[in-house]
Design a protein around this ligand. Structure first.
Ligand SMILES: [Zn+2]
Length: 60
């Protein structure tokens, strides 16, 4: 089986993690454009921290 030694640069740019926080009742949830969503948090600060941790993760 022939295998190309070099992977073609299909994904030249890193995935854009555009995170937002949505409020649902008294909870706040972090969401990302890639489809990820964090756990429901009581405080918006916690949700924002979740979003930042997700956005800074190397591969999520
Ligand atoms: Zn993401």
């Amino acid at each position: 089986m022939y295998q190309d030694p070099m992977d073609p640069p299909v994904h030249a740019s890193p995935p854009a993690h555009s995170t937002t926080t949505v409020e649902r009742g008294s909870f706040c949830i972090a969401r990302c454009a890639c489809g990820w969503s964090g756990p429901a948090r009581r405080s918006r600060d916690r949700a924002r921290t979740d979003a930042e941790e997700h956005g800074s993760a190397p591969d999520r």
